[in-house]
Ligand binder design. Structure first.
Ligand code: ME8
Length: 519
């Protein structure tokens, strides 16, 4: 049976159109799901939108729409952007969908029955943009401990979730599963937070209209809506049809990986697992937190006014250029400063110069020097060579990095192959061999060119998750595309000498046009 793999992105607020930060997480999930499909796993990839709560209610007032109309409009912006970037999600969940609301209501009812959710009075400092309560000691000089904006003092009747009861079980879980939170530095942060003590948290709001109603309760004097984070986090399960015992739930939930920005790690690594423990449900396998894209060292975000539109970027530098840049330039897990200069430089030097030129160079030479001959590639690539040795070294490194979110190092490894090909061409000078009439030199010429061809075939298959359209084009030019169609476990075809014996090389077209940065 195929191993299954469930990858999720956060569900994004519909307060505004997507920006480069949302793109970053979504492309990361796409790369991972593509990679896991390529190694033959059964992948379910979920993304979606978070449509309830105060933020959305407030935004709808500003735009003069109903919250539902706002959500309906903005969700399309996300779908258009993901379509443009070739994001192959399996499902897109919206929290205003019935399938979602039903699961949230059922779970809340269950927790009210078990006493894990109870009614009491709350007094605290509340941050409206973050929808988070802070105690006097947590708030920093009267400001939100997360975003630094002023907090308001609120006193209200509220439902609470008994998070305090799950402090010990959560710590035990983290100890038994050292990889539950990735990377380790973030795990340590979360451990530090839990060790300060988990308090019961408010799980309902009376200050908003736009949310899922709390179940009817004669004890309540007010109209309560479910806290937006309980609502939002539940999406990951709701999408798998857990109440209907949908086969998807059994298959994918045990292998759930939540990809999140570090801004929302605490909700995923503390709130979510304790909700699940209270519900008696298994926890996800792993929570992976990445860093922020920054602009002058400030997080890029709509509310800070420095957001960058993914569609404009796609027009400017191309979808694959953008996908590559984001995962080659920045270390996943750390913050990374975004600048246009670095983006242009990276795309031009790695994609246009190194990779694109190399494909074009090798294919042109094969067409020129042995285009009319039939060759047996497998025979020609048997002897030792620098590209062959490099491919052998890179294969385990690439897989290891991809299994550990080391996208940058995985790409660096692929570039070792490309550099080895370029060096090998220069040192063995096929143009000189071509001029010689001796049978030895003619054989050597074919060996050199097809060793390069084989190395580029391997590199291009590795690049499929990152730059799917260009890597496919490259494989088509190399005549090695048939072996990688469909959803078959293609990476089994990756290895020196695992390709076809004969290929039909196509006339190369430029893969990546050189970009000019307009001042
Ligand atoms: O937090 N750099 O939604 P959101 C990198 N609805 N990633 C960034 C980023 C940046 N500058 N800015 C945003 C929410 N992101 C909730 C989530 S999940 C149950 C509910 C990415 O629209 C990153 O993944 O504010 C971050 O966690 C997410 O967008 C926040 O999106």
């Amino acid at each position: 049976m195929k191993k299954s793999y469930y990858i999720t992105t956060p569900i994004y607020y519909v307060t505004d159109a997507p920006h480069i930060g949302h793109l970053y997480t979504t492309v990361a999930a796409d790369i991972l799901s593509h990679y896991h499909r390529l190694i033959g796993e059964d992948v379910w990839f979920l993304t979606g939108t978070d449509e309830h709560g105060q933020k959305c209610e407030k935004r709808a007032k500003e735009t003069g729409e109903t919250p539902q109309a706002l959500a309906d409009r903005v969700v399309e912006r996300y779908k258009v952007a993901w379509h443009r970037y070739g994001i192959r999600y399996s499902d897109f969940i919206r929290t205003t969908e019935e399938r979602h609301k039903k699961v949230v209501t059922t779970y809340i009812q269950q927790l009210m029955k078990t006493g894990d959710v109870y009614l009491a009075e709350y007094e605290g400092l509340y941050c409206v943009p973050c929808e988070t309560y802070w105690t006097e000691t947590q708030a920093v000089e009267g400001k939100c401990a997360d975003c630094g904006r002023p907090v308001e003092r609120l006193k209200e009747e509220s439902y609470f979730f008994k998070m305090s009861a799950y402090e010990k079980p959560l710590l035990e879980h983290l100890e038994r599963h050292p990889n539950f939170i990735f990377p380790e530095s973030r795990r340590n942060e979360v451990l530090g937070f839990i060790r300060q003590g988990l308090k019961d948290i408010s799980i309902s709001r009376t200050t908003i209209q736009w949310g899922i109603p709390m179940p009817k309760d004669p004890k309540a004097t007010k109209d309560h809506k479910v806290y937006v984070w309980f609502d939002a986090l539940t999406n990951y399960l709701a999408a798998l049809g857990p109440l209907e015992s949908d086969a998807k739930y059994g298959k994918y939930w045990p292998n759930a990986i939540h990809l999140v920005g570090k801004d929302i790690l605490r909700f995923h690594a503390v709130y979510w697992p304790t909700f699940l423990m209270a519900l008696g449900l298994p926890l996800p396998k792993q929570i992976v937190a990445h860093g922020w894209l920054t602009d002058s060292n400030r997080k890029i975000s709509k509310s800070l006014g420095n957001a960058i539109d993914p569609l404009a970027l796609a027009d400017e530098v191309g979808v694959d250029g953008m996908r590559y840049f984001l995962f080659r330039e920045f270390v996943f897990g750390l913050d990374g400063e975004y600048t246009k200069e670095i983006m242009y430089q990276r795309i031009n030097s790695d994609l246009a110069n190194d990779y694109g030129n190399c494909i074009s160079r090798v294919c042109s030479m094969i067409l020129k020097y042995c285009g009319d001959q039939s060759v047996n590639i497998q025979e020609l690539i048997k002897p030792a060579s620098e590209p062959k040795q490099t491919v052998g070294e890179v294969i385990p490194v690439f897989h290891n990095e991809m299994q550990n979110y080391g996208f940058q190092r995985a790409l660096e490894a692929v570039w070792k192959i490309i550099s080895s090909v370029n060096r090998y061409i220069d040192s063995s000078a096929p143009w000189t061999l071509a001029k010689s009439g001796t049978p030895e030199d003619q054989l050597k010429l074919k060996q050199v060119l097809f060793q390069c061809h084989e190395a580029l075939r391997v590199a291009s298959i590795f690049l499929l998750p990152f730059i799917p359209t260009s890597a496919r084009k490259a494989l088509t030019t190399l005549g090695a595309f048939e072996s990688v169609t469909g959803e078959a476990p293609l990476l089994q075809n990756v290895g020196w000498g695992q390709g076809p014996a004969e290929v039909q090389i196509k006339k190369p077209e430029p893969l990546f046009p050189r970009l000019e940065l307009k001042k």
